[in-house]
Design a protein around this ligand. Structure first.
Ligand code: UD1
Ligand code: UDP
Length: 366
């Protein structure tokens, strides 16, 4: 059985690496087709996990537009899929690469397995365009690997048959456990490298399209106001390589001293920096899933989330993007709320998600 893993961005690489190794372990011929939607941020992860793509379509352009990216990708992915005659295609999540991988699979009548299926906010524009991508992939998929019970319920409500939904957990936890077991990180050395040793810091990331511009600037204004009043705290912000993100960050934080603005961190370093943070502020999906395992309070800088599990577990709060709300929640974290949110809890998996996905494919082969 020849299975293609099609992906192109940083989070997909993190979440697909454990699946790739599991398929190899059970004797499935797994091929990696990276679209190259991301370049530097993708290879940071592939190198760490020692995954060598069989194909790299090198599609990335600076400031790529969604329509252009999608249309260029369809033809390039289609060519590889036709040449290789895969028996099965796996895509993960909700990116443009995942959507195109699924669509091309469908056009070539190859069954598609959707990893991280069933996440929904109910708002087609938030996250944009990911909410539509994940629904469209769902329509095409042969099987839905749903991380949690919430996700499988979403799919059942949309009319998908229970026999096509497998509750697996999220492969992000497999990746996290793998890194903890196989790659030791020295937090103190990493902190020294970024000049944050002996500093109390808040870790922040922001990159979502619906937050570009004004919402991101509002958040940063709230953060700046709070930090100007709290002189023991630093802000560490590994900035996404998207120039629009950097523009907003540089604009609002200009002249503010206690900031450490850095390039995207290698995954291993990022996990260590998360572990050492006082708390986390983010609009990232993956970070929302990892933070509860590390017992880090997380303020989610969005109006919606498809990951209610961490909020229900008490480790995350959905706080929106207004400067006032951001400031108020930062202030609230000075009190009891901080202890309440710091309890380690992991609603996203037991580290065996890839095994379950592999088992499905192995049994399907017979
Ligand atoms: C994409 C995904 C989003 C995911 C995010 C993870 C879509 C529609 N969105 O958004 O779901 O959360 O990846 O990070 O697929 N860039 C570089 N080097 C890199 C990566 C990005 O320079 O290695 C710059 C480029 O200018 C690029 C821009 O970042 O044009 C945006 O990248 P793109 O993949 O279009 O969207 P993301 O915002 O990263
Ligand atoms: N991450 C990383 N380096 C960074 C920031 C994030 O390795 O500087 C990891 C993080 O641990 C998580 C993933 O990237 O696993 C999340 O990616 P991103 O926020 O880009 O995308 P999303 O999850 O929102 O789709």
């Amino acid at each position: 059985m020849k299975v293609a893993l099609i992906f192109g961005t940083r989070p997909e690489a993190i979440k697909m690496a454990p699946v790739f190794y599991q398929l190899k372990n059970i004797g499935i011929d797994a091929k990696v087709l990276v679209t190259g939607q991301h370049k530097e941020m993708l290879y940071q992860v592939l190198d760490l996990f020692e995954v060598k793509p069989d194909y790299d379509l090198e599609i990335m352009k600076q400031g790529q537009d969604l329509s252009e990216l999608t249309s260029r990708l369809i033809q390039k992915v289609d060519k590889v899929v036709k040449d290789e005659k895969f028996d099965y295609i796996l895509v993960q999540g909700d990116t443009t690469s995942a959507f195109v991988g699924a669509l091309v699979g469908y056009y070539n009548q190859i069954p598609v397995g959707h990893i991280e299926a069933g996440l929904r906010t109910g708002d087609i524009f938030s996250p944009f365009p990911e909410e539509a991508n994940r629904k469209l992939i769902g329509n095409i998929a042969d099987i839905h690997f749903a991380p949690t019970v919430v996700n499988s319920k979403n799919l059942l409500q949309e009319g998908y048959c229970s026999s096509k939904i497998i509750e697996t957990g999220n492969t992000v936890i497999d990746a996290l456990y793998w890194v903890k077991q196989n790659k030791s990180s020295d937090l103190e050395k990493i902190k020294e490298k970024y000049n944050i040793h002996n500093k109390k810091y808040i870790l922040m990331t922001m990159h979502r399209r619906e937050n570009w511009g004004k919402p991101m600037e509002n958040v940063l204004q709230g953060v700046r106001k709070y930090l100007e009043e709290n002189k023991d705290l630093y802000l560490v912000f590994p900035m996404h390589l998207n120039p629009l993100v950097r523009e907003s960050v540089n604009k609002v934080l200009e002249g503010f001293e206690r900031k450490i603005l850095i390039d995207p961190l290698e995954y291993l370093e990022f996990i260590a920096i998360m572990d050492g943070a006082h708390y986390i502020m983010t609009d990232s999906g993956g970070v929302q899933e990892e933070a509860p395992s590390l017992g880090k309070p997380t303020l989610v800088l969005r109006d919606t989330t498809e990951r209610p599990e961490a909020i229900e577990a008490g480790t995350a709060k959905l706080i929106g993007t207004s400067a006032g709300n951001v400031y108020n929640y930062m202030k609230l974290l000075e009190g009891n709320l901080y202890q309440e949110m710091s309890k380690a809890n992991n609603p996203y998996g037991d580290g065996k998600t890839s095994e379950r996905i592999g088992n499905y494919l192995k049994n399907r082969r017979k």
